[in-house]
Every structure is written in structure tokens, then in C-alpha cells.
Design a protein around this ligand. Sequence first.
Ligand SMILES: Cc1cc2nc3c(=O)[nH]c(=O)nc-3n(C[C@H](O)[C@H](O)[C@H](O)COP(=O)(O)OP(=O)(O)OC[C@H]3O[C@@H](n4cnc5c(N)ncnc54)[C@H](O)[C@@H]3O)c2cc1C
Length: 658
Amino acid sequence: MNWNTNWREQAWQSLDETWDLVIVGGGITGAGLLHEAARLGLRALLVEQRDFAWGTSSRSSKLVHGGLRYLKTGQVGLTRASVQGREQLLAEGPGLVDPLGFLLAQYEGDGAGRLVYGAGLTVYDLMAMQWSHRYYSPADFQMLAPYISPTGLRGGFQYNDAQTDDARLVLRLIREAVAEAQGSWGAGEQGGEGSAPPRPPGEGRGEGSALPRPLGEGRGEGSAPPRPPGEGWGEGSRALALNYARAQELLRDDTGAILGVRLRDMANGADGRTTDVRARAVINATGAWADHLRGQVGAESRIRPLRGSHLIFPAWRFPVAQAVSFMHPLDGRPVFAFPWEGVTLVGTTDVDCPPPLTTDPCITGDEVAYLMAAVTTHFPALSLSLDDVIATFAGIRPVIGSGKADPSDESRDHVVWQESGLLTVTGGKLTTFRQVARQALEEICARLDDDQATGEARLARLHDDAPVLQPVDDALPGGAALPEETRRRLLGRHGREAADLIAAAAPDELTAIPGTPALWAELRWAARSEAVVHLDDLLLRRVRLGLLLPRGGDDLMARIRAIVQPELGWDDARWAAEERDYRALVAAAYALPDRRDIPDWPAQLAAAEATRERAAVARQERARLRQRRGGLGLALVAVVILLLWLIRRHHRGAAPHA
Ligand SMILES: Cc1cc2nc3c(=O)[nH]c(=O)nc-3n(C[C@H](O)[C@H](O)[C@H](O)COP(=O)(O)OP(=O)(O)OC[C@H]3O[C@@H](n4cnc5c(N)ncnc54)[C@H](O)[C@@H]3O)c2cc1C
């Protein structure tokens, strides 16, 4: 499937029809909705104001997890849904969703003890029908997390969770939806270079075409086997996904009924062309931005945007073989460090981040100090400093505000709201996208279905046990010489398109980009066919060099350019402008802030320690006072008893004998 600049123009021209559904927002929620809608046979359009996964869904902690900590706050339903989602993704998406061990360190003075965590982990494991957790003594725990501080370590638990590449998960869902929807451009019509009008599905491109052939065009040897009858996606479905298309305004009739959305083309900035798109239903899947469209139907603001930030260290400076979770020394919140794509991520914070949220969110000096305080306290042997940080990133949690003083006390569960005809789906987690999509589509289907039979058939399909990701051909044509790990990675991240990626690679491009597990070929493929509009789309979300390499991968820019500039069709002036913008973005949102804005965290820790010591002394003093008061009280009681006894005795002695 080939999404190049030509495709973009064609896609824009093809918007003029009445869609069953317009999904606003190209994060995991929108992607999950598009995927399920296409499966149901709906004609669905997804629009994203920036790049696919530009919002929170490329800035998460990348954990596909059950959310153990949500058990603590009583969100059992959220934990159960997450565990189920995790197990299904692990089974269907190896190479994209992979197991990750988790170590839970326990120190003296940590709130909950071994019994509480043991009980929580038992419930957690039972939800996944497995028994993965185990308690380790301090000595054994240190073998698993060699650099962790031994001071006060009481031991800890190990259990199993999973992790992913969040932006690639979003893209795989979107591309599968588009490719698989019958009659879609993906079935042979997502035009290649200079390709004229869309071709009917199944009509192959000519022999010897330089461009990779889309799915369904008879790739020949090794291509995914044709699906058996009945396994196909919904009859008549059509799925189209367009990045850099902002839903600026809801279109409504005189009665207020929603007729569609007015889109603005954002590829070249905020003054692009507009077009009106008609739809039978509109879903607002705009995450932290959800209040904008809700405001247009008169709904009051409900989103409390909370920023969560991460620091990224090279693995050689901060080596962890699995995730390690520990309590922050200043406020007792859980913080974790975990391996991802050859680097170590440390996160996260949880602080209010008021709208308008128009630019890429970035870590603040306070957050840097907070995370550094955590890692330097718990991993003192590594002597980590700011010089070791290679990158940072921040994301905005779309949390539903309930006015709690501590942001971390707000629920992380999703919501589905029907407000004056607008369906909003927000909150929730990366992990639960399918459950969320199904719940939202159930509501939409009830509105759309014209007759009972169609409605019942759709509902049955909505809740069937179809795989969440399309099965892939493990043989991976052309990939026989690749290491197993690389084959897994390509199949997981690119699904059925992995073979096309390999076919498109130049001879020396099936090798890893230094310092990363990504291949040079992934850059070529993304530039050629994954709807890259700006350089940051390519280097931050398609292939994640901006997070994995210092200065956003600047040192490799010459080779990157040699591969991708011709694929993107950019002239030198355009390349120079893109490179300049990318560097500015990396400096503003993916690097450390000005060091002068980063508070002195050793001083903060020392002050906190001094406060703790003062509190301990005060506690001891109070205890001594209590003891003294208790002693005095006892002495007083004893004196009173003695006096009473003496008085009694005196009276007895004075009484006349009978
Ligand atoms: C720091 C952090 C760590 C997290 N870690 C995890 C984790 O490890 N595991 C997990 O399961 N979950 C995690 N989460 C939660 C998870 O990432 C989010 O719940 C999820 O990504 C939200 O997806 P979304 O699609 O609803 O929102 P988004 O990904 O933000 O997508 C919404 C999109 O809508 C677009 N948009 C907005 N307005 C318009 C408009 N008018 N027109 C068109 N497009 C528009 C935005 O540009 C955006 O891309 C984390 C969240 C944060 C912040």
C-alpha cells in the first residue's frame, strides 16, 4: 500500500461522498475505531490534524500492561480489560508487542508491604490465567537489578507485562484497516507515482513496476495466503485515513443535528484549503483535545490534561534487563526505568498541563529534576548525570477531571459520551483500544442501522473473536538471511507489508542503523509509502531515531537524506527547510530544557532528607513526651490509690470495736 504525496492529493479529492462515520483523531483510539469499523463493513474516514499518532499515542510509556496500580485504586474493570487486551496483543503481534519482565523493588518505609503487593499480583496473574509473579530476597533481587541501591532494600517482586512501539501499533492498525476494507484504495487503489484514478480492487499493477505492490495484488511467491471465504472484512466497507487534516468545525443543520465536519488541510500550515465532509455519524477521538469539538455542541469542558514526561538514557549508561519500578524518594509515587529499543526510558511525571496544547509537549526543568532525583537515589552506583540523557519526551494524558487535588488520584478509565449527537471517546489506555472501540461502535451501530437484520449482523460481528491484528506469513519472503530478531521486528511492525519493505530495500539497507535495532530499509519504506509529510513524521514516529539517538540522529543525517530525499520527492530547498524545522523541534521538545531551569535535585533530596530527619526527631520527641506524660499520669494514679488506701486504713483503725 503506497501512501505518497500523490496519494494525499487523490485522497483529498475523494472525500466528497457521504461516509457512515468520520473519526476525528489519529491516535490509538481513532486507529482502533477505524480498524473495527472497516471490519463491520462501514464506510469510515479517519482524520488527524497532525501526523498519525502525533498526540499521546506516540508519547506513552509504551507498556502494554494491565495497570497493576489501578487495582490499588479499585479500578478492577480497567485492570481486567487491560490484562485481556495485553494477552491478545502478545499472542497476535510478536515483534510489535513483546513480553517485558517487571521488577517491583520494596524498600523500608515504602507504603504497601509484601502481603499487599503479593495479593495484588495474585489477582493480576489470575486475570491473565497465569502465575508469573515471584518474591525475591534483597540479595536475589540485586542479581536481577544489579545497580539498584541496597540501602534499605527489603526485596521485591518480579512479574510479567509487555511493551510495544506505540506509534507503530497505531500505524499498523490504520494501514491494515485501509488495506483490508473492501473496495478501499488499499485493495489496489492507493495510487503510486503518477497513478491516475483509483483502480478497481484486485487489478494488478504492471509487471516490473518499481513500486512495491499493495496488498491484495497477488504478490506471488510467499505473499499472504488468500483468506478463506467468510473471513473477509465487511462487504462494501471503505476505510480512508488522512493525516494533516484537521476537523475544524462540526457541520450542523438548523435543528442542531450533526451532518459532518469541515476539514482543513494542515500539510502546509494553518491556512490550507478546506472542504466539507458529510457523515452519518461523527466520533470525537481527539484524546486530550476532546473538549474542543465537545464545546461546539455546548458541552462543558471535562478533560484535565496531565503531562507525563520521560528521560532517555543509552542502555550502556543505564543498563536494565527488565523494567524496574520503585517509589519516588520525595512523594512516594511509583517511577520506573525500562529497556526499549536499545535505550532505557525513565518515567513518568503526572502534572497539570492546561490547554491550548497546540505545540509538541515538552518536559520542564522541574520534571527533569524530579526524575533525576528518583534515578540517582535508587541507582547511585551508576552516577548518572544530565550529560547522560540523550533525549526526552512528554505526552498528555486525557484524564477526566473530577477536581482531585493530586492529579495521580484521577481515574485513568475511558469514557464514551453522547452529547447532542456527538460521540466522544476519550481517556483510557493504549492497551485497551479494542474494547474501547467496540463499546463506542455499539452506540454508533444503534444509530446507523437501517434495518434490524443489518443491525444484528453488525453487533454479532462486533463482538466476534476475530484477531485484533491480521495474521502474518511467518516465512517472510526475502527475509531468510535476516536474524530471527529482525524478522520478528519487521513482521510485527509492518505486518503483511514486511515482505514489500524487504523487496524495496537497496542491497546494503537490510542492516541496522548504528545504535538502534531499526534497519535503513525501514527509512526507505516509510518515506516511500507511509504518508510522511514532514521530516519529524519519519524520524520521530515511523522510525524512531529521534528518541534513540543523541540530537535526534543528526550525526546520521547525510545518509538518511541520501535514502529518503528521492523517495519523498523533496528538492534541496524543501529538504533544508525540513531539516531546520526538525532540528528546532528536537531542541524544543525532545531535548533537555536549559540547564539553568533545572532545579538542583541533590539539594531538594537533601532538604527532603533534612525535613524527614526533623520529622523523625519531632516524632521521637513527641513519643518521649507521651511516655513522660504517661509516666507522670501513672505516678499520679499510684499516689491517688495510695492516699485512698491510707485513708481507708485510717478509717478502719479509728472505727470502735464491736
Ligand atoms: C506519559 C504517558 C504515559 C502513558 N503510558 C501508557 C502505557 O504505558 N500504556 C498504556 O496502555 N497507556 C499509556 N498511556 C495512556 C495512553 O497513551 C493514552 O490513553 C492513549 O495514547 C490515548 O490515545 P488517544 O487516541 O485517545 O489520544 P491521542 O493519541 O492523543 O490521539 C488524539 C489525536 O487527535 C488529534 N486531534 C485533536 N484534535 C483534532 C481535530 N480537531 N482534528 C483532527 N485531529 C485532531 C490529535 O492531534 C491527536 O493525535 C500513557 C499516557 C501518557 C501521557
